[in-house]
Design a protein around this ligand. Structure first.
Ligand code: C2O
Length: 587
C-alpha cells in the first residue's frame, strides 16, 4: 500500500488535479488501515502532512518531506514486530512479550476522556479508608484472576514494564533496543502505564471514578510501607522483611542498613527530597533526564534527579536481598509484579506535577521539543483495545481526568546546612590547595585535572578532584533566572550494568565523616539499577547536578574552582569508570 499511495501521489502531482483525490483516498484508506504495519501507518501521516503542506502553498515540498522524515526518525516509538527475549542481568533471560504480537492487532489513536466524566482523585495510600482499600483489593484480585492472554491481566500489566525496561522491543527506525529509564522518557512513559492500569482496574469493578493510590514517601507520615500493601491481594512476599512497617524508608538506600532512628532517617529523607526537587532540579533536563531521541545517534543515558533517588533507591529498598536482583521491586523486569509498584509510581508521577508547579514561576518547565511530544507508545485499554498514545497526550492530567489529593510538602523547608561553617571550611580548603601545590607527590594528592584521560578513572576508592569554574562572577540576572550552574560527571560506564551507587560532594572538608544528603555539601547521587545486558553498544551515562544554590550556601560562588568528591557507596563501584567532571551552564 505504501507503494500504491506513493505512486498515486506522484501521478496526482504530474496531472495536477489529484491533491484532493489523493487526500481523500489516503484518508479513507486510513479508516481501513488497522491491522497493517505501523510503518505504513506512519507513512500515511507523512503523506497527509506533505499533501496538506502543498495545499497551503509551501515553497518546497521536498524540504518538508525531508524534515518530516527526519522528524519521524527522531520520534521515539517501539517496533511492535520485534519483541524478543531479554537478559536483565548476566545469566538470566526472561520472555515478557505479549502472547499475541501487538503488531498483529488493530490499534486506534488515543481519545481524551469526555471532559464531563468523573475526575479520578488519587489519594495518599496512608490516608484512604477501609472501603477504598477493600475496593482496590477487589479490583486487583479480579485482575489477577484474568487469564494471561488477556492484556488486562495483572501479569500482562507487569510484563509491560518488563518489555520496556529490558529493551525487549527495538526502536521503530533502528536496531537500538528501546528502554524507558534513564532519560526524559521516564516520566511520561510511566504516566501512560499507570493511566491505563487505573482505567482497567476501574472497569473491572464497574467504577469509572476509581483512582490508584500514591505512596506518599516524601511525607513523614507516608515514610513506611502503607498498611494496605501488607495484607490481602496487595501483598507481595518478595519484599525485604526488615523493611516492613514500622521501618522508616531510607530514600538514600545503598543496600546497607544504616540503623538510624526514625527521626534521624526522616530528617535525611527530607533533605534529600529538597535537593532532588528544589535545589538540584532547576532546569527541565536536571529533573526530567537527558533528551533521548530515536535512531542510532539519538539515545542517551542521563536520568533526572527523582529517577535516581528516591525512585531507584526505593525500588532496591523494597525488594528483598534474598533474591539475586532484589526481586520483585529491586529489578525492573519484575517490579510490576509487586502491587506497591503502582503506588510508588503514583508518587513519582505526582512529584512531576508538583515540580511543574514549583518551577513554573521562574523557569519554563514545559518540554516543547516536538520529537518528544510526538513520541508514542501502545497500551491496551479497559476494552482490550490497543491504543496508540503520544507524550503530548499525557502532559495535562486534567485532560486525562485524574488529579492528586493535595498533601503537604514538608521538604520545601528542609534546605540542608553546611556540615562545617563556610568560613572555616574555606580556610581548611585553602590549606589543602597549598599542600596540593607544594607536594604533588602526596599519596593523597588529588588528580590535577578533572579530565581523567582516555581510559577514565575507576571508582574503586574515593575520588577527590579540583574542578575549574568557567564563569566565576556571574551576573545577578544569570544567577537568579534561567542560567543554572551544572556539574557534569561525564562518561560514566558501569561494566555489566551492575547495581551501583555513588554520591557527589562539593567542598567537603572531611570525607571520612559520615556525610549525607542532610548536609549542604551533598550535590547528588548516582544510582544504577541494572536494565539488562545487550549485544549492541550502550552509551556512557552523564550525571548532571544543579549546584547554583549549593554554591551560594557554601559561599563558594565567587571561587575560581571547587573541590569535588565522589564517594563509592556500593562494592560494585569497582565496575565503574568515569571520564571526568566539568562545569556547564544550562538555561
Ligand atoms: Cu520503570 Cu520504577 O520503574
Amino acid at each position: 500500500m505504501e507503494v500504491g499511495c506513493g505512486l498515486l501521489n506522484r501521478e496526482a502531482r504530474r496531472w495536477g488535479f489529484g491533491v484532493t483525490l489523493t487526500l481523500m483516498l489516503c484518508l479513507s484508506m486510513r479508516v481501513y488501515i488497522h491491522g497493517v504495519s505501523e510503518d505504513q501507518y506512519a507513512f500515511m501521516g507523512d503523506l497527509k502532512n506533505m499533501i496538506l503542506g502543498i495545499s497551503v502553498g509551501e515553497i518546497s515540498p521536498q524540504h518538508h518531506d525531508v524534515d518530516a522524515k527526519k522528524h519521524a526518525k527522531n520520534v521515539v516509538s517501539p517496533n511492535l514486530t520485534t519483541c524478543h527475549e531479554s537478559v536483565p542481568r548476566p545469566g538470566l533471560s526472561v520472555y515478557c512479550c505479549p502472547p499475541k504480537p501487538e503488531s498483529e492487532e488493530p490499534f486506534i489513536d488515543f481519545q481524551f476522556p469526555d471532559p464531563s466524566s468523573p475526575l479520578r482523585l488519587r489519594r495518599a495510600a496512608h490516608l484512604v479508608d477501609d472501603d477504598y482499600i477493600a475496593k482496590y483489593r477487589n479490583a486487583v484480585s479480579i485482575m489477577k484472576s484474568l487469564p494471561y492472554d488477556d492484556p488486562r491481566s495483572f501479569l500482562s500489566q507487569a510484563n509491560l514494564h518488563c518489555i520496556y525496561c529490558t529493551g525487549a522491543y527495538k526502536q521503530k527506525n533502528s536496531d537500538i533496543p528501546l528502554h524507558v529509564h534513564r532519560s526524559w522518557l521516564f516520566f511520561p512513559w510511566h504516566r501512560m502505564m499507570l493511566y491505563f492500569h487505573e482505567r482497567i482496574l476501574g472497569s473491572l469493578i464497574g467504577d469509572d471514578s476509581f483512582a490508584l493510590p500514591f505512596w506518599n514517601w516524601d511525607n513523614p507520615d507516608g515514610m513506611v510501607i502503607p498498611e494496605m500493601y501488607v495484607t490481602g491481594s496487595l501483598v507481595d512476599t518478595d519484599r525485604e522483611n526488615s523493611h516492613l512497617p514500622p521501618q522508616v524508608v531510607d530514600l538514600n538506600y545503598n543496600l546497607q542498613e544504616k540503623g538510624l532512628g526514625p527521626e534521624e532517617q526522616i530528617k535525611i529523607n527530607m533533605a534529600l527530597m529538597y535537593t532532588q526537587m528544589v535545589s538540584g532540579a532547576k532546569t527541565t533536563e536536571l529533573f526530567m533526564g537527558c533528551p533521548y531521541k530515536g535512531g542510532e545517534g539519538g539515545f542517551c543515558e542521563g536520568p533526572g534527579t527523582i529517577e535516581l533517588a528516591p525512585h531507584n533507591t526505593l525500588h532496591d529498598w523494597t525488594g528483598t536481598g534474598l533474591n539475586p536482583g532484589r526481586e520483585d521491586m529491586g529489578s525492573f523486569y519484575s517490579a510490576g509484579r509487586d502491587p506497591i509498584f503502582y503506588g510508588h509510581h503514583g508518587n513519582v508521577d505526582r512529584l512531576w506535577e508538583v515540580w511543574r508547579r514549583l518551577q513554573w514561576e521562574y523557569y519554563n518547565s514545559e518540554i516543547t521539543d516536538t520529537e518528544w511530544l510526538d513520541s508514542y507508545f501502545f497500551f491496551h485499554d479497559e476494552k482490550r483495545q490497543l491504543v496508540r498514545i503520544k507524550f503530548q497526550d499525557v502532559v495535562n492530567i486534567t485532560r486525562l481526568r485524574y488529579a492528586y489529593e493535595e498533601v503537604e510538602l514538608p521538604w520545601l523547608n528542609a534546605r540542608p546546612r553546611p556540615s562545617v561553617p563556610p568560613k572555616i571550611a574555606r580556610d581548611i580548603l585553602k590549606m589543602r590547595d597549598l599542600d596540593h601545590e607544594n607536594n604533588q607527590e602526596l599519596p593523597s594528592s588529588p588528580f590535577l585535572s578533572a579530565d581523567f584521560g582516555p581510559h577514565g578513572r575507576t571508582l574503586d576508592t574515593t575520588i577527590r578532584v579540583k574542578v575549574h569554574r568557567p564563569k566565576k562572577h556571574r551576573s545577578k540576572k544569570q544567577k537568579d533566572f534561567k542560567e543554572e550552574e551544572v556539574m557534569v560527571v561525564y562518561g560514566i560506564e558501569v561494566k555489566e550494568d551492575s547495581y551501583v551507587k555513588f554520591d557527589v560532594y562539593v567542598n567537603a572538608v572531611d570525607e571520612t565523616l559520615m556525610v549525607g544528603p542532610e548536609f549542604r555539601e551533598f550535590a547528588g547521587t548516582f544510582v544504577n539499577i541494572p536494565i539488562g545486558v545487550w549485544p549492541v553498544m550502550r552509551r556512557k551515562s552523564n550525571l548532571k547536578l544543579g549546584i547554583s544554590e549549593l554554591l551560594q550556601d557554601l559561599e563558594a560562588d565567587e571561587d575560581e574552582s571547587i573541590w569535588v568528591t565522589l564517594i563509592p557507596r556500593a562494592e560494585d563501584c569497582m565496575n565503574v569508570t568515569i571520564d571526568g567532571i566539568r562545569i556547564e551552564y544550562i538555561e
